[in-house]
Design a protein around this ligand. Structure first.
Ligand SMILES: *Cc1c(COP(=O)(O)O)cnc(C)c1O
Length: 349
């Protein structure tokens, strides 16, 4: 595929804002080019200088850990920023279409609507896999497709061969959202980046790394796609504080792995305990740090839990999720409290 041909018209000839720091990359010098405060900050930590708009050091570190080239990495204010920018780069408002596979992550449709992009829905099957027969008919109509694997809110991985088929046959961008990949034990689609120019992989520091409050997510793709996203982002989309903190955090991959293992073992326990409850009708298979649970009366349990200050996510209004609550794996203590509380809730009848 020719990526230039795929761009939105106004993006093809787009001239990016050139920031002061784009033109001179040296660290030493007298910096009187950006109207910063030369004296320092009012805080004890100094933030008086603008951060690196290209996030060079951070990208270098991530490239080493993920085994990709820095030119294949886009860093955003959460992976949500990448989702929005992909629409803005490639989809013509009021004209182009995206394929979404509900039930899935809400931001795909929110950003599509915000950008006036037509949504073609191909609902997942009963066991939350891609409906390939239906999808095959729709592929010719769209510019992009979002595949969330493991999927939020259903928690399961999508079949590999189905994703492969889409990558091989779709003349458009295939965005695979791997927000929960660390929990899945399955290989990342990053390994296929060299093979497929139409592949974009989304990952985030918000889940396994435990840094949702920092707001940082990644998009990995062909350097030509990454160059476009970088050109249309806000110049200083990642603050100095975020860049510094993540550079430091990347030294602790083993801490991330330990937390993932702990959460996975807590998940196993929680599922065992949930299965013993009368209120629980079904627990869907989970490759993530949450479970989708079908309740006899989801709304009732949701409200009862909230009254006891236990907040879960009511997903019962989503297609295929009737009666379902989404429960994130908490600490051992929190999970035990959840189970004890559910046991104490008296049913209406
Ligand atoms: C949580 C989540 C994200 C993460 O978004 P950030 O903006 O990086 O915090 C992305 N995709 C899915 C499916 C998620 O559930």
């Amino acid at each position: 595929m020719n990526i230039q041909d795929f761009l939105r018209k106004n993006i093809k000839n787009f001239k990016a804002y050139s920031s002061a720091r784009d033109e001179y990359s040296g660290k030493e010098g007298i910096f009187i080019d950006a109207n910063e405060n030369a004296l320092g900050s009012v805080t004890s930590t100094e933030f008086n200088r603008y951060p690196d708009p290209q996030q060079k050091i951070l990208k270098k570190r991530i490239s080493e850990i993920k085994n990709v080239n820095p030119e294949q990495i886009f860093l955003g204010n959460g992976s949500d920023e990448a989702i929005d920018l992909l629409y803005r780069a490639f989809c013509e408002p009021g004209k182009d279409s995206v394929i979404l596979l509900p039930p899935s992550y809400g931001m795909y449709s929110v950003c599509a609507n915000l950008n006036d992009i037509n949504i073609i829905e191909v609902p997942l099957t009963k066991d939350f896999q891609i409906d390939m027969e239906n999808l095959k008919e729709k592929l010719v109509l769209a510019k992009m497709i979002f595949i969330c694997s493991p999927n939020n809110p259903s928690a399961n991985l999508m079949h590999k061969q189905d994703i492969k088929f889409v990558l091989d046959t779709f003349n458009g961008l295939v965005i695979i959202d791997e927000a929960y990949q660390d929990f899945s034990g399955s290989d990342s689609w990053l390994n296929e980046l060299q093979k497929y120019r139409n592949l974009i992989v989304l990952q985030t520091f918000s889940k396994a790394w435990g840094m949702a409050g920092l707001r940082i997510g990644m998009a990995y793709a062909d350097p030509e796609i990454i160059a476009v996203l970088s050109a249309i982002k806000y110049p200083y989309n990642l603050s100095e504080l975020v860049q510094q903190t993540v550079i430091k955090a990347l030294e602790y991959t083993s801490a991330k792995d330990r937390m993932v293992n702990e959460l996975l073992s807590q998940k196993k326990e929680l599922i065992t305990e949930l299965n013993k409850l009368d209120a629980v009708q079904h627990i869907y298979p989970s490759d993530a740090n949450f479970v989708l649970v079908k309740f006899a009366d989801a709304k009732f349990y949701y409200n009862e839990l909230i009254q006891r200050k236990i907040i879960v996510r009511d997903r019962s209004s989503l297609p295929g999720c009737e009666g379902c609550l989404r429960i994130t794996i908490g600490t051992k203590e929190e999970n035990r409290t959840l189970i004890e509380t559910l046991k104490r809730i008296k049913t209406q009848n």
